[in-house]
Design a protein around this ligand. Structure first.
Ligand code: ATP
Ligand code: MG
Length: 137
Protein backbone atom coordinates (compact mmCIF):
# COMPACT_ATOMS: atom_id res chain seq x y z
CA UNK A 1 0.00 0.00 0.00
CA UNK A 2 0.97 3.67 -0.19
CA UNK A 3 3.81 4.77 2.08
CA UNK A 4 5.02 8.08 3.51
CA UNK A 5 8.22 9.12 5.24
CA UNK A 6 7.32 10.90 8.48
CA UNK A 7 9.97 12.34 10.79
CA UNK A 8 9.71 13.86 14.24
CA UNK A 9 12.25 16.68 14.14
CA UNK A 10 14.69 17.53 16.97
CA UNK A 11 12.24 19.94 18.64
CA UNK A 12 9.50 17.31 18.71
CA UNK A 13 11.81 14.73 20.30
CA UNK A 14 13.15 17.21 22.86
CA UNK A 15 9.62 18.28 23.78
CA UNK A 16 8.60 14.65 24.39
CA UNK A 17 6.00 14.63 21.61
CA UNK A 18 6.99 11.23 20.17
CA UNK A 19 4.09 9.19 21.60
CA UNK A 20 1.59 12.01 20.90
CA UNK A 21 2.55 12.00 17.21
CA UNK A 22 2.84 8.23 16.79
CA UNK A 23 -0.53 7.86 18.51
CA UNK A 24 -2.27 10.12 16.04
CA UNK A 25 -1.07 8.04 13.07
CA UNK A 26 -1.88 4.76 14.85
CA UNK A 27 -5.37 5.87 15.87
CA UNK A 28 -6.12 7.10 12.35
CA UNK A 29 -5.47 3.52 11.21
CA UNK A 30 -2.08 3.77 9.56
CA UNK A 31 0.49 1.00 9.93
CA UNK A 32 3.99 1.65 11.23
CA UNK A 33 6.44 -0.23 9.00
CA UNK A 34 9.75 1.43 9.87
CA UNK A 35 11.05 3.39 12.86
CA UNK A 36 14.42 4.49 14.14
CA UNK A 37 15.96 7.19 16.27
CA UNK A 38 19.04 8.73 14.71
CA UNK A 39 21.05 11.93 14.86
CA UNK A 40 21.33 12.84 11.17
CA UNK A 41 24.68 13.92 9.78
CA UNK A 42 24.70 17.33 8.18
CA UNK A 43 25.15 15.55 4.83
CA UNK A 44 21.96 13.55 5.40
CA UNK A 45 20.06 16.71 6.38
CA UNK A 46 21.29 18.47 3.23
CA UNK A 47 20.28 15.51 1.04
CA UNK A 48 16.86 15.33 2.66
CA UNK A 49 16.15 19.02 1.99
CA UNK A 50 18.17 19.22 -1.29
CA UNK A 51 15.20 20.78 -3.12
CA UNK A 52 15.48 23.79 -0.78
CA UNK A 53 19.24 24.32 -1.22
CA UNK A 54 18.81 27.73 -2.89
CA UNK A 55 16.57 29.09 -0.13
CA UNK A 56 18.05 31.58 2.37
CA UNK A 57 17.06 29.43 5.37
CA UNK A 58 18.67 26.22 4.01
CA UNK A 59 21.81 26.45 6.19
CA UNK A 60 19.91 27.04 9.42
CA UNK A 61 17.41 24.32 8.48
CA UNK A 62 20.15 21.70 8.00
CA UNK A 63 22.00 22.82 11.12
CA UNK A 64 18.83 22.42 13.14
CA UNK A 65 17.88 19.02 11.67
CA UNK A 66 21.34 17.61 12.43
CA UNK A 67 21.59 19.18 15.90
CA UNK A 68 20.06 16.32 17.92
CA UNK A 69 18.18 13.03 17.39
CA UNK A 70 15.09 12.66 15.22
CA UNK A 71 12.58 9.82 14.97
CA UNK A 72 12.40 8.62 11.36
CA UNK A 73 9.36 6.56 10.39
CA UNK A 74 7.60 4.87 7.50
CA UNK A 75 3.82 4.77 7.68
CA UNK A 76 1.58 2.87 5.26
CA UNK A 77 -2.08 2.94 4.33
CA UNK A 78 -4.76 4.55 2.20
CA UNK A 79 -3.74 7.96 0.81
CA UNK A 80 -1.14 8.31 3.60
CA UNK A 81 0.96 10.93 1.79
CA UNK A 82 -1.87 13.45 1.36
CA UNK A 83 -3.70 12.51 4.55
CA UNK A 84 -0.45 12.71 6.50
CA UNK A 85 0.18 16.24 5.20
CA UNK A 86 -3.36 17.20 6.24
CA UNK A 87 -2.80 15.73 9.72
CA UNK A 88 0.48 17.67 9.98
CA UNK A 89 -0.92 21.06 8.90
CA UNK A 90 0.65 24.04 7.14
CA UNK A 91 4.39 24.76 7.11
CA UNK A 92 3.82 27.84 9.29
CA UNK A 93 2.20 26.63 12.51
CA UNK A 94 0.39 29.97 12.83
CA UNK A 95 -1.44 29.07 9.59
CA UNK A 96 -2.14 25.47 10.69
CA UNK A 97 -5.69 24.65 11.73
CA UNK A 98 -6.41 23.51 15.28
CA UNK A 99 -6.59 19.73 15.24
CA UNK A 100 -3.48 19.42 13.10
CA UNK A 101 -0.16 18.41 14.65
CA UNK A 102 1.48 21.77 13.98
CA UNK A 103 -1.72 23.67 14.77
CA UNK A 104 -1.93 21.98 18.16
CA UNK A 105 1.75 21.65 19.08
CA UNK A 106 3.89 24.35 17.43
CA UNK A 107 4.24 28.12 16.94
CA UNK A 108 7.35 28.67 14.81
CA UNK A 109 8.08 27.65 11.17
CA UNK A 110 11.67 26.73 11.96
CA UNK A 111 10.52 24.49 14.84
CA UNK A 112 7.44 22.86 13.41
CA UNK A 113 7.91 19.45 15.05
CA UNK A 114 7.40 17.08 12.14
CA UNK A 115 8.16 16.37 8.47
CA UNK A 116 5.91 14.56 6.02
CA UNK A 117 6.62 13.63 2.40
CA UNK A 118 4.84 15.86 -0.11
CA UNK A 119 4.37 13.26 -2.89
CA UNK A 120 4.52 9.49 -3.35
CA UNK A 121 7.63 9.91 -5.50
CA UNK A 122 9.40 11.92 -2.79
CA UNK A 123 8.18 9.49 -0.12
CA UNK A 124 9.95 6.60 -1.83
CA UNK A 125 13.10 8.71 -2.33
CA UNK A 126 13.12 9.73 1.34
CA UNK A 127 12.50 6.16 2.57
CA UNK A 128 15.48 5.01 0.47
CA UNK A 129 17.59 7.89 1.85
CA UNK A 130 16.84 7.24 5.53
CA UNK A 131 16.36 3.44 5.68
CA UNK A 132 18.32 0.43 4.46
CA UNK A 133 16.68 -2.58 2.84
CA UNK A 134 15.55 -4.81 5.68
CA UNK A 135 14.85 -1.94 8.06
CA UNK A 136 11.38 -1.45 6.61
CA UNK A 137 8.65 -4.11 6.69
P1 ATP B 1 8.64 19.52 5.81
O1 ATP B 1 9.30 19.26 4.47
O2 ATP B 1 9.65 19.66 6.94
O3 ATP B 1 7.56 18.54 6.07
P2 ATP B 1 6.96 21.52 4.62
O4 ATP B 1 6.85 20.54 3.50
O5 ATP B 1 5.71 21.97 5.29
O6 ATP B 1 7.92 20.96 5.76
P3 ATP B 1 8.98 22.90 3.09
O7 ATP B 1 8.70 23.99 2.14
O8 ATP B 1 9.32 21.56 2.56
O9 ATP B 1 7.75 22.82 4.11
O10 ATP B 1 10.14 23.42 4.04
C1 ATP B 1 10.90 22.51 4.82
C2 ATP B 1 11.14 23.11 6.18
O11 ATP B 1 11.92 24.28 6.03
C3 ATP B 1 9.87 23.58 6.90
O12 ATP B 1 9.23 22.57 7.63
C4 ATP B 1 10.42 24.64 7.81
O13 ATP B 1 10.95 24.09 8.99
C5 ATP B 1 11.55 25.24 6.98
N1 ATP B 1 11.08 26.44 6.29
C6 ATP B 1 10.25 26.49 5.21
N2 ATP B 1 10.03 27.76 4.84
C7 ATP B 1 10.72 28.54 5.71
C8 ATP B 1 10.89 29.94 5.86
N3 ATP B 1 10.31 30.82 5.04
N4 ATP B 1 11.67 30.38 6.89
C9 ATP B 1 12.27 29.51 7.71
N5 ATP B 1 12.16 28.17 7.62
C10 ATP B 1 11.39 27.68 6.64
MG1 MG C 1 8.51 19.66 2.58
Amino acid sequence: SERSFIMIKPDGVQRNLVSEIIGRFERRGYKLCGLKMVQPTRQLAESHYADLSERPFFGDLCTFLSSSPVVAMVWAGADVVKQGRTMIGATDPLKSAPGTIRGDLALVTGKNVIHGSDSCENAEKEIALWFKDGEVC
